[in-house]
Write a protein that binds this ligand. Structure first.
Ligand SMILES: [Zn+2]
Length: 280
């Protein structure tokens, strides 16, 4: 429904902020997007898989769900089921290296390339960004450069690897997602936390980096956190405009003026219809 040309992109949809923004970015640029959702045996997979499926359904994308949960038996990482505790603190901290999953992107990229060649896609895209470089070796520019060559050679020069966010920080990725013109990225539906719990913790490196990104962009993160403080926004209008408008008009005006915030708050029920009719 969004495509304006016939280019196809295959990407890994984790349900997190980066891959969801990546997906929105390609939809906004008119690509046909073919997401793959992986379950690789991490503690937070069940939550992020749910998020990824919801987001694909939201955009009506035909996704593949691939089980790689055997990885928990071979890949040593605190991120995996059976691994040690998820460390808390900022991403730059040494202990966040405990969350590296050996070879994860290499394995994902191989599967993305296989699917891409099979459906005659043009590119595979990865949502890696500058914040990943120091911790994750298979997110660094030298890995991407080598991967491009490998994928080209293995697909007879048919598939390219695209990494539009490679040199952007997390807040710049979010900024790109918030600035899309045709597509609204449903950040409310995304899942970033590494921990095995329903509510995001707000304390692990992944949560902290995400919260900082929203703060830098002057936005409130719409997802619920363990110690969530309810945010409210007030949408006010001139009385005359309110009296002469339908709810639909007001809703569209709210989205236009307050964008993601208004929609998120409305979806969460924090802003009720009553708020749109301040006189009543
Ligand atoms: Zn967390």
């Amino acid at each position: 429904m969004y495509n304006i040309h016939n280019k196809k992109v295959v990407l890994a949809m984790s349900g997190g902020l980066d891959s969801t923004t990546l997906c929105g970015w390609y939809l906004d640029h008119g690509y046909q997007v073919y997401p793959i959702i992986f379950n690789y045996g991490s503690k937070h997979n069940k939550y992020e898989n749910q998020a990824a499926i919801k987001i694909c359904d939201f955009w009506r994308l035909d996704y593949k769900f691939i089980k790689l949960d055997f990885m928990k038996n071979i890949a040593k990482s605190n991120l995996m089921i059976g691994g040690g505790d998820i460390p808390e603190g900022h991403y730059k901290d040494e202990n966040m290296k405990l969350t590296v999953v050996p070879g994860r992107n290499l394995i994902f990229a191989s599967i993305l390339a296989s699917y891409a060649e099979s459906i005659e896609a043009d590119i595979i895209a990865l949502g890696v960004h500058a914040g990943d470089h120091s911790i994750y070796p298979d997110c660094r520019p030298e890995f991407i450069t080598a991967l491009k060559d490998v994928v080209k050679i293995s697909t007879d020069w048919k598939i390219d690897v695209a990494v539009p966010f490679l040199n952007r920080t997390k807040d710049q990725v979010l900024k790109a997602g918030l600035s899309l013109r045709r597509i609204m990225v449903p950040y409310l539906m995304t899942r970033t936390c590494y921990k095995d719990q329903e509510l995001s913790c707000g304390k692990c490196g992944s949560c902290i980096e995400r919260l900082e990104a929203f703060k830098i962009n002057g936005k409130v993160d719409p997802v619920n956190y363990q110690d969530y403080q309810e945010h409210t926004i007030t949408i006010t209008y001139e009385s005359n405009m309110v009296k002469n408008s339908t709810f639909k008009d007001l809703f569209h005006k709210a989205i236009y003026e307050q964008g993601q915030d208004a929609l998120n708050m409305l979806t969460k029920g924090i802003v009720s219809i009553k708020n749109f009719y301040p006189d009543k």
